[in-house]
Design a binder for this molecule. Structure first.
Ligand SMILES: C[S@@+](CC[C@H](N)C(=O)[O-])C[C@H]1O[C@@H](n2cnc3c(N)ncnc32)[C@H](O)[C@@H]1O
Length: 268
């Protein structure tokens, strides 16, 4: 039987988006899902997940081994990543600006609380509430507003939170120029609980689809906050930094490189 996509549900691990796919956002993207993902997640149908197969595998690896009691997702859309958080976390908060998200996913996840509004406004009170409850927040996915001015406050709010258990912060689209700027400019070093930041936990790529052709997208960044204070320095690192810079230089966007190395602020 061939792969089928029913509405926003995908029911085959082997769906491939070839270059002549009629959907201009997906054409040329290749394999849509991580192999065996239906088996691993124990679900015959999956909500459309806006991550590459390698990103999906990294998410499952972290969540399966962390088994967070409490998780937050900023940016849910069709519920692709939320279905994985909901499987591995006891309790999840889905933050999205789109009021259709809880309607779209009605009845799918009994352990998810939907919070509608811009994360700039909804995240701080949620983190205060979890702090007051001493809730064991162990995982946050940042995948909402993709502008630098959206990513930086999302991260900074998380960095203002004092973790009570190890807190893994995964940030999607770290190869996107705006997202990377926001990630680099966030106040990581000012947070005494931040112990590591790797921008290229999973590297992104130059997008092949007609809609996003020649744009840098995808990539998962990872930050780890621990309840104990850090000793020593913290640098924002990226194992694909040189790859990234060389692509920017080749495309004529090289002037942004010093800023991405933290050598010049994008905020003034
Ligand atoms: C790329 S989609 C998320 C995809 C999802 N994480 C996945 O992997 O399938 C981005 C989502 O972020 C939401 N969003 C955009 N700006 C936001 C903001 N300021 N606050 C909260 N959510 C926002 C959009 O409505 C959209 O649903």
């Amino acid at each position: 039987m061939g792969p089928t996509i029913v509405g926003q549900l995908m029911s085959s691990d082997l769906k491939v988006y070839y270059a002549d796919d009629p959907d201009p956002e997906k054409a040329g993207q290749g394999l849509a899902l991580a192999p065996l993902i239906h088996t691993v997640l124990g679900q015959p149908d999956l909500s459309y997940w806006m991550m590459s197969p390698a990103e999906q595998m990294a998410m499952v690896y972290l969540l399966e081994h962390l088994r967070p009691r409490v998780g937050i997702e900023i940016g849910t859309r069709f519920g692709g990543s939320l279905q994985v958080l909901a499987k591995y976390c006891d309790r999840v908060f889905s933050l999205d600006v789109d009021p259709d998200v809880p309607l779209r996913l009605a009845g799918r996840h009994s352990n998810v609380e939907y919070v509608i509004g811009p994360s700039r406004e909804t995240l701080p009170p949620l983190l205060s509430r979890l702090s007051a409850e001493e809730a064991p927040l162990a995982f946050v996915l940042v995948a909402g507003d993709h502008s630098a001015y959206g990513v930086k406050p999302d991260i900074d709010h998380i960095l203002d939170y004092k973790p009570v258990v190890p807190l893994y912060v995964v940030m999607h689209d770290s190869f996107n120029l705006e997202c990377r700027r926001g990630l680099v400019e966030a106040r990581w070093a000012d947070c005494p609980y931040a112990h590591v930041v790797e921008l290229d936990f999973v590297a992104g790529s130059v997008n092949l689809s007609p809609t996003f052709r020649e744009q840098l997208w995808r990539g998962l960044a990872l930050g780890v906050l621990l309840p104990e204070r850090r000793e020593g320095r913290l640098e924002v690192i990226g194992r694909s930094t040189r790859t990234y810079e060389r692509v920017l230089q080749a495309s004529g966007d090289g002037s942004i490189v010093p800023r991405l190395r933290g050598l010049g602020s994008v905020w003034h």
